[in-house]
Design a binder for this molecule. Structure first.
Ligand code: BES
Ligand code: ZN
Ligand code: ZN
Length: 499
């Protein structure tokens, strides 16, 4: 049903590039150099044409130029791909470049192309392959489910020409990037289509396909279990809340699971503290945290990672109505604390607090990660290309930063301490659901969550700026209008290193 856009079929061959019969032979070149990477001399006439082209583009980053081969080699065309300066090359440049190549070739209606992977790139070959596969596959994503006119669904075939056997890396990267596409697909669904109940169905279907256990609590079950935050936020909408639990178990029985919690507000109007109308439509993306968790679960279950992971996705629609919760209400959270509601638009922390406390109580995780489009303040602080993280564990943060460097999904740590915890104390309840004015909005939201976490190693991702493309988002060839799937690659990479 899902997986929008098209998948790129990717395989690998150990073949001398100049002997490869293909529509387009893509070859890299560093800026300021005249040598194509990974292929030797062709013949005088073709070499001259290649040199002419390199002189023109200077092989600057993002330059793509075709050279006709006039049957002098089996490949019909050579595509000279500029990588920019040799000392500046990164996996992110390769990822971006692969997206540009794939888009360019497809726009010409060409369906098969080959890419020469030089063996002397200054990075592990596996990382280079991962970046190229991700860039190519993700760049072909588009959300056209609701359009009559679809882009052609013919899959392009990419062959990576490389001396080493990299088929495992290719398969792995295809699985991970398909997880990202799945996250985008669900996140891009409009709010009339994707209600909390629908999200529960999507999770169940994923679980059935990928041999996971899935439990979905109804409105009544949510209430009777004491999930007071989810109950309060969900009570204003006709679309009833759901509390979704997915379990993936493929590690040792006695191994404590990792817990993932994702905010899934299928639409955030702000509730009684109604948001202004401008750009309110974008609040269909307020379910992105939950969708990130779904994409991660899809990928790790297809990779069959030898670990145990539990995912919890509290899902609600935040609506104003005669039944809605209000400013002034005092509610009781699953963690036993009472919370004074001062703004119904600060709803994400209420449902996440329940998700975290429930997951920690019932599954005793070794580590907890949560994902949420939690605060506009995070966009003010860090913009739309970097996610905010808040944690109680420096070792965990350092692992997250390692994974982040590999996947180029940037994060920046914000501090948390008792002074921030004091900023959400209430005069009439244990805590309040907003801080003091606008001060440290992202951190006071995290401080609210910290009340559910205690000492379990935990990292909170505020993806308000990075979950979908906004006007200030940096252009990347492998992203397209709408949801980005930010965090899926990062967390799967992190989990691949856990045993
Ligand atoms: N979902 C929003 C946060 C958000 C806003 C994400 C814009 C991405 C773009 C969240 O529920 C919210 O409204 N938070 C309030 C908190 C405030 C009332 C303390 C905010 O950020 O303004
Ligand atoms: Zn809100
Ligand atoms: Zn929200």
């Amino acid at each position: 049903m899902y997986s929008q856009g098209i998948n790129v079929k990717i395989n690998t061959e150990k073949l001398e590039p100049l002997e490869k019969k293909t529509s387009v032979l893509c070859v890299f070149c560093y800026e300021g150099e005249s040598k194509l990477l990974g292929i030797g001399k062709t013949n005088q006439k073709l070499d001259n044409a290649i040199q002419e082209t390199i002189k023109e583009t200077k092989a600057k980053e993002k330059t793509l130029e075709f050279v006709h081969t006039h049957n002098l080699i089996p490949a019909q065309k050579i595509l000279i791909v500029g990588l920019g300066k040799k000392n500046k090359i990164t996996t992110e440049i390769l990822r971006n470049t692969a997206g540009l190549i794939t888009k360019k070739i497809r726009s010409l209606g060409i369906l098969d192309f080959s890419l020469v992977l030089p063996k002397d790139l200054p990075m592990k070959i596996e990382y280079a392959v991962n970046a190229l596969v991700e860039g190519a596959n993700l760049s072909m994503y588009s959300f056209d489910q609701f359009k009559k006119e679809k882009i052609s669904n013919k899959e392009p075939n990419m062959t990576i020409l490389v001396l080493e056997n990299v088929i495992k890396s290719i398969t792995k990267s295809l699985i991970i990037s398909n997880g990202v596409k799945f996250t985008r697909d669900v996140a891009n669904l409009p709010p009339n289509e994707c209600t909390p109940a629908k999200l529960g169905e999507i999770a169940k279907k994923l679980a059935n396909q990928n041999k996971m256990k899935c439990t979905v609590f109804s409105k009544n079950e949510i209430k009777s279990k004491g999930l007071g935050g989810v109950t309060a936020v969900g009570q204003g909408s006709k679309n009833e809340p759901r509390f979704i639990i997915l379990e993936y178990r493929n590690g040792k029985k006695e191994q404590k699971p990792t817990l993932l919690v994702g905010k899934a507000v299928t639409f955030d109007t702000g509730g009684i503290s109604l948001k202004p109308g401008e750009k309110m439509d974008e609040m269909k993306f307020d379910k992105c945290g939950g969708c990130t968790v779904l994409g991660i679960m899809k990928a790790i279950s297809e990779l069959r990672l030898p670990i145990n992971v539990v995912a919890i996705i509290p899902s609600v629609e935040n609506m104003p109505s005669g039944d809605a919760f209000r400013p002034g209400d005092i509610i009781k959270l699953f963690n036993g604390k009472t919370a004074e509601i001062l703004n119904t638009d600060a709803e994400g922390r209420l449902i996440l607090a329940d998700g975290l406390a429930y997951g920690i109580k019932h599954y005793q995780p070794s580590t907890v990660m949560d994902f949420a489009t939690l605060t506009g303040a995070c966009i003010v602080a860090l913009g739309t290309n970097v996610a905010g993280i808040v944690s109680n564990n420096t070792k965990l943060v350092s692992k997250i930063k390692t994974a982040s460097a590999i996947t180029s999904e940037e994060v920046w740590e914000l501090p948390i301490n008792d002074d921030y915890m004091d900023m959400i104390k209430s005069k009439v309840a244990d805590i309040r659901n907003i801080g003091m004015g606008r001060a440290a909005g992202t951190i006071t939201a995290a401080a609210f969550l910290a009340n559910s976490v205690g000492n379990v190693p935990w990292v909170h991702f505020d993806i308000a700026g990075t979950a979908w493309i906004q006007p200030s988002t940096k252009n990347k060839s492998y992203n397209s209008h709408g949801a980005t799937g930010f965090g899926v690659r990062l967390v799967v990479n992190h989990l691949m290193n856990q045993k």
